[in-house]
Write a protein that binds this ligand. Sequence first.
Ligand code: TRP
Length: 334
Amino acid sequence: MSDKKTKVILSGMRPTGKLHIGHYVGALENWVSLQNDYQNYHLIADYHTLTTNLDTTNVYDDSIEMAIDWIACGIDPVKSPMFRQSQIKEHTELFLLFSMLITKARLEKNPTLKEQIKDMKLTGIIYGHLGYPVLQAADILLYKGNMVPVGEDQVPHVEITRHIAGVFNEKYKMKDGRTIFPMPEPKITQFARLPGLDGKAKMSKSLDNTILLSDDGEAIKNKMKKAFTDPDKLRKGDKGNPDICLVYTYHKKFNPEEISEIREGCTSGALGCFDCKMKISSKISDFFAPIREKRNELEKNKNGVLEVLIDGEKRAHEVAKQTMSQVREAMKIG
Ligand code: TRP
């Protein structure tokens, strides 16, 4: 076992249905590469979905779908427990205790929250939504996470986790004087955001600008046809600017071997947008073909996927119980 194995990575996502290729590039690819070197925990943040959507009809199914996508992408649930937050009640207990360690003003300063309020045109903010990063801090610290792989938008949440860990460690210590929590670090992925098909900075289900991991070649082509490109390049022959084109960003990621030809074709006008889009569609389809195949297999055995989660929940629960008993002892409460 390498030294790194003693370091803990806590990664998590809200179950919002089938995952898209932006999730793969922004997060899953990174998770997969980290699983051999670290002790990983993969959290399905089902409680967190309630902060922006009180309709719980799909939470269970969405959680299973997300686990399917994770496993299909190469996350090994035997190595790294995969679990639903709601199945481990210690999350709620630690959330409550942590909520005493941070001010409302500090939470209101969170830029990710401000962005959500603006994007979702919220007129008031639900108490639990304001406390979103406090629950996330409980998720991370319950497993004594040292690292949290995240996109840029999540960095403010990890900062709040660090703040809470600092306040807790300062106030409460174990009998032997040691502190309980590590100071987790965010680990940002290089390609933290894959742009959406509409040219928006981020692929996102709510913006309806995604390519799903489950989309086959045909579906990808059809979606790609509608993708935004350089608005000044109207037809083949027109010179384009690849640096403002989202399709070019996809080429950079999924077709690096042809990137200079694509750039040259676009800037000279020799390559039309339609051909460029068809080229990248097949590249993306090929890239995700093995993942699609695996996820189709898993779809046929959803009970098996549930078993995987139940097993992960048992293992995660053991760790959560230990942390909470340290917390209760240090705080002399509960
Ligand atoms: N906030 C994360 C997201 O929206 C999900 C999440 C919840 C999370 N708890 C976490 C991520 C703990 C990392 C660690 O994607």
